[in-house]
Ligand binder design. Sequence first.
Ligand code: PHE
Length: 348
Amino acid sequence: MNRDEWKEKLSLIKDSFFSALSQPGPDNAEALKVAYLGRKGELSLLLRDLKDFPIEERKALGALGNALKAEFEAALDAKAGVSGRFEARDKCAEDLTLPGYPFPKGGLHPLTVAAAKMCEGFQKLGFSVADGPLIEEDLFNFEALNFAPDHPARDMQDTFYVDLKDARGKDLLLRTHTSPVQIRTMKNTAPPLRVISAGRVFRSEAVDASHSFVFHQLEGFALDRNITMADLKWTLDAFIKDMFGSSAKTAFSPSFFPFVEPGAQVAVSCVFCPGSGARCPVCKGTGWIELLGAGVIHPNVVRNCGYDPEQWSGFAFGAGVERFAMLLYGISDMRTLYENDLRVLKQL
Ligand code: PHE
């Protein structure tokens, strides 16, 4: 083979390579690579023939051959890239015009809905929303709320302790109620205040139809000049009517919480058996359902937060979110709210 024949052959290889490359087919590129650039590939063999040429010609022709080799490689890479993309597309969707797979949509949990509804009720009355930590200091959960270290009222709120100390060397604990948010807010923000806060609370209790070691509360309080029990009664009555309808009534009876004086239990007229059902399972025939703890903020608490109780007074209330959710959805066992059985949740 002379120089011109070699060049002629190179040009034929080039033509046949590119015409083969333009044929469709996913494996085309791989096969061409072997056929032209492999150990016994056409271009490789032609380059090997150069060994019989004189050195000057070998250099010039070798440069031509290597340039073509680079051209083949680039073309093969480009083709592999394109067919790779086609392959990926073919695997994930045969028909891109079909509608997508149905994607199950979640909903808000009934406890979340109930808490949001309660918060909304108070926001309409001008309350703003605050938040507080779940891991609390004894100071905020008990002491500043007028629970003396050895007061028996602490027994009603036995809790879980965390293996960590606060700044005063006391064990941190899981908050037993949302009332510490009152203290934190009053200490940080100057009155007048109208604040609510909803969230998880913890108590060392056995689980049954109406108790759990973790549940949810909604706290609310106001601090201003001349706030009295009358403001508390009006506020809660307006809230209850908003939640359960204008015919719902509230009844206050005396109760004890260390951080309020006077303190009250607040009951709402039974929404299931308007007053008459002796066998009503919800109110047990009494016509009333106890829903909230409330009262006028104790002067000691006002003082503990740095205000003069002669100048500033307030009211506070706390409600169980589970209790409200059970009434709103007609659930008789609180555990239903924690089991997360989709067959139940979908009905609510
Ligand atoms: N924190 C009280 C409890 O958990 C409820 C409450 C709040 C009572 C505010 C009065 C005022 O039991």
